[in-house]
Design a protein around this ligand. Structure first.
Ligand code: HEM
Length: 181
């Protein structure tokens, strides 16, 4: 995964838990990179996963909750540094619809080494937006955090249902975004 994701992760840990905790995570998980990341480079996904597992063991917070919190934190950074001009998109639904066909397409064009998830969209019966997420990384909880981060950006209130999950063997995760105000 791209270095930008790792630098965001280390920023979050240092900001919320301090430098000592970050150093402890590096000591515990011994990443090949030694925890030194640059935005444009690629690093092993396992470095991030191992740190999440270690953090979960230490804090007792379930790994999926940590990944979701990270997704929300990451959103602001991705949004600020977006390679696509997203400033004209003024609502959450249009923004979410732009991820697959506009934003991630441009990310891939600029960084051909990147591996991006796939989203398929469907309209729900009561105005919900249904997003089917699939990726070899199975980072659906990061998606949920990212979607909550986007909702905050657009000042919209949402609930997210997750009735079908790749972690239970499904081909894709079904994320139901309900707009509640
Ligand atoms: C301006 C907004 C966004 C930008 C610029 C952006 C860009 C990126 C980049 C650079 C990566 C890393 C690719 C790699 O490591 O190879 C990534 C991964 C990812 N993005 Fe986005 N993204 C944005 C918004 C979102 C949103 C709102 C979602 C939520 C639905 C999302 C879902 C994901 C997920 C889940 C991954 C992890 C990779 C995986 O699941 O396989 N992104 N994105």
């Amino acid at each position: 995964m791209q270095g930008a994701i790792f630098t965001a992760f280390s920023d979050m840990i240092i900001e919320k838990m301090g430098m000592e905790q970050w150093n402890e995570l590096i000591d515990k998980t011994s990443p090949t990179s030694k925890g030194i990341y640059t935005s444009g480079a690629q690093y092993e996904d396992s470095e991030l996963i191992n740190m999440v597992v270690a953090l979960s063991e230490k804090t007792g917070i379930p790994a999926e909750k940590l990944v979701e919190a990270f997704g929300q934190y990451l959103f602001d950074i991705l949004y600020k540094n977006s390679p696509v001009d997203v400033s004209k998109i003024d609502n959450l639904r249009d923004f979410l619809l732009a991820i697959e066909d506009v934003i991630h397409v441009e990310v891939k064009r600029l960084n051909p080494d990147s591996y991006l998830p796939t989203f398929n969209y469907e309209d729900g019966p009561n105005g919900e937006l249904i997003m089917y997420y699939s990726s070899k990384r199975q980072l659906c909880h990061a998606s949920i955090g990212l979607i909550f981060g986007a909702a905050k950006q657009f000042d919209e209130k949402i609930e997210i249902g997750h009735p079908q999950c790749m972690h239970d063997g499904a081909q894709s995760c079904k994320l139901i975004v309900k707009f509640v105000g």
